[in-house]
Ligand binder design. Structure first.
Ligand SMILES: *Cc1c(COP(=O)(O)O)cnc(C)c1O
Length: 396
């Protein structure tokens, strides 16, 4: 193991070699069932043939040009995204946190362009995650990610998730630019904001001239069983950050907005060297046309119903291990009695099952969206085995 990597990751002792569908192999040849999916990123599993083909074909043609030229793939993917969402315009970035960064800038610039220069305040919520740029960590205000990085940025405030009085005051404040929210929190513990609360936020935002930014980097792209998580509530944001599953594993992010919300983003306001790169656009088009298909969305809902029922069964049989089943679609979480990091290690070593951690002592089961019922059954067996193992560990 090289000692030359910055020590920012708490890595599992697993060196990966290759993947196929929901399977992942380590360099020592061990096969794992991968229900981490690069944290909701490889939504079509590993090495999906359509994505491999799209990448290879583009690699022979053109890798990179500057955004000073027109890149046809950007027009095509932007058309696809706007066809299937509330948005009129798209900015392409390379990651989730850059998409969030663009979203925050778009919101502030909107008010500035309208002459409401005092509207700069951005309200986020506890338990949220918006990536690791300064904008991202200040919007989420999780002390684990902000500590030691200097003073908090001006104009960022955090509300307690579910505190409607505080949120009402935020909407009513004349200096508010936007609120930023994950409709279903990923990292923070698979908490879904109730549909009626999302609709109420839309009404309040309209009434007070505030913008709504959704961070659907994790919960979007079919993960909850609808293409966008906010569709469950029958409302739309003004601005939305997406990434992760958008490229099926290729680095890409995007900030979507209504024409009105993006009205301040004129030439020169923002940019990126690699954002919207031809390779990313080729894979993004292939991945998005799959994840937005009825076949995938139906599969998510079918497998999700099965998994929820099975996970509830596990909770009944192992109340000493599993406290609660949470989440939506295939963004599922188990709140545990034993330490979630221990449980992830047991799943990996004893059952060859890969699952992710999450806030509030959760493990997240983030299967690829095209996982079959048969493979989901296998995942449940492995979870059951892990729960039984956890019981013996906790007793001993
Ligand atoms: C992962 C994630 C991000 C950050 O994405 P990066 O690609 O790591 O920058 C932002 N928001 C949410 C909700 C995420 O899950």
């Amino acid at each position: 193991m090289s000692g030359h990597l910055m020590g920012v990751y708490n890595r599992a002792p697993l060196e990966v070699e290759r993947g196929q569908g929901v399977r992942l192999w380590s360099t020592d040849g061990t096969e794992y069932l991968d229900c981490v999916s690069g944290i909701s990123t490889n939504a079509l599993g590993h090495a999906h043939p359509k994505l491999v083909e799209a990448l290879k074909a583009q690699a022979d043609k053109l890798w990179h040009v500057s955004n000073i030229y027109r890149i046809p793939g950007q027009d095509e993917l932007a058309d696809m995204l706007c066809d299937k969402s509330f948005a009129d315009v798209v900015f392409f970035a390379n990651s989730g946190t850059e998409a969030v960064e663009c979203a925050i800038k778009t919101a502030r610039k909107y008010h500035h362009a309208k002459g409401n220069v005092e509207r700069i305040d951005i309200y986020g919520f506890d338990g949220s995650f918006h990536g690791r740029t300064y904008g991202g960590i200040n919007a989420a205000a999780n002390p684990n990610y902000t500590e030691g990085f200097g003073p908090p940025m001006q104009g960022f405030y955090q509300l307690k998730w579910g505190d409607k009085d505080a949120l009402t005051a935020a909407f009513e404040s004349p200096t508010t630019a936007a609120i930023i929210l994950e409709p279903v929190q990923g990292e923070g513990g698979c908490r879904a904001t109730p549909d009626e609360d999302l609709r109420w936020m839309r009404d309040m935002a309209d009434k007070h001239g505030v913008l709504i930014i959704f961070d659907e980097v994790q919960c979007g792209m079919g993960r909850t069983g609808k293409l966008w998580a906010h569709e469950w509530a029958g409302m739309t944001p003004d601005i939305m950050a997406i990434a992760k599953a958008l490229g099926g594993g290729f680095p890409i992010g995007a900030c979507l907005a209504t024409a009105e919300a993006a009205s301040g983003m004129t030439a020169g306001a923002h940019g990126s060297t690699f954002g919207g790169n031809p390779l990313a656009m080729a894979v993004g088009k292939a991945a998005f046309s799959e994840v937005s298909s009825d076949a995938i969305l139906n599969n998510v809902n079918e497998v999700s119903a099965y998994l929820r029922q099975q996970l509830s069964g596990l909770q009944e049989r192992f109340p000493d291990v599993v406290v609660e089943v949470r989440g939506k679609g295939l963004l599922l979480g188990l709140k545990l009695v034993p330490n979630n990091r221990d449980f992830m290690g047991w799943a990996r070593d004893e059952a060859k099952l890969l699952i992710a951690g999450g806030g509030d002592n959760l493990v997240r089961i983030l299967a690829p969206l095209n996982i079959t019922l048969e493979e989901a059954r296998e995942a449940v067996e492995k979870l059951e085995k892990t729960c039984a193992f956890a019981r013996t560990k906790m007793a001993g």
